[in-house]
Design a protein around this ligand. Sequence first.
Ligand code: AMP
Ligand code: MG
Length: 332
Amino acid sequence: METIVIGIEGTAWNLSAAIVNETDVLAEVTETYSPKTGGIHPREAAQHHATYAAGVIRDLLEEGKKNGLKASNINAVAFSLGPGLGPCLRTVATAARMLALSLDVPLVGVNHCVAHVEIGKWKTPARDPVVLYVSGANSQVLAYRAGRYRVFGETLDIGIGNAFDKFARSAGLSHPGGPKIEEYARNADTYVPLPYVVKGMDFSFSGLSTAATDALKSNPIEDVCYSYQETAFAMLVEVTERALAHTGKGEVLLAGGVGANMRLREMLDIMCDDRGASFYVPEKRFMGDNGAMIAYLGLLMFKAGSVTDIGKSHVNPNFRPDDVDVTWITED
Ligand code: AMP
Ligand code: MG
């Protein structure tokens, strides 16, 4: 019988719920929080999710019904245990528990980072890639080895998306800053030297972001945005390349909202080309936070028997991808 799972995402700014089966997304409903001023306020975002959760789930079931799906067809309810903003995680976990109880199906608590990886593998030909996962709060280089997604490199402070957003705010740009930085960078003339920080296999963006803000005092915003991107992306590509060399894998998969950036894609593409590796980028709607990725990882885990007791479904804002026992991949 076909497996069908509902997933709810709401670790930060995007409240999104989806229904998937093994081959496709059957329905998806999203309600995005956008801060009026400044960056994401955790409690405001959680309040947003609390306000819209019931409506989003109702609309989702309605949309499913139009596609011939009954509530009784649903096998499990998935949600993110973490990582993410505590108040947001708790709000969505409450909604997921209630939905699982009312549908009388198991609950599956998933890791948000691993969900980004699995949807990328689902929606591209990538099979066993080195993954560059770059989002607002997270920046990691991941790859599967012996039952876990190992973290080969990661940020020592903030995620690249948040670093971009923070710099953009200091330049008077509204949230989210990433796409605006990309736009400005297209019209740059010169590279302004900025600190390139790779330590071992890890990277750091906080100092770079501050240096970029300082550079605005004496350089045009276009040049600073360009230089910021070039520096940060070179750091990310360097670590991704070293993970490829170390693991001997032949594929790179890009995941997370910052993956929308065309310059980052171009740099990764050049590196992969040089090494004879394949480079994969999923459709944009599967790159930033989305309900489908939670539902899909929930489906993989449900099929592997990895479900979550409601009594043990407490969230973990610092949940690491390498803490997850990968039960759904059988061959190594
Ligand atoms: P996520 O947390 O995965 O949903 O990604 C959100 C982050 O992606 C935010 O920090 C955005 O600023 C960033 N972002 C979105 N589009 C772009 C882009 N074109 N270039 C750089 N960053 C981007
Ligand atoms: Mg994310």
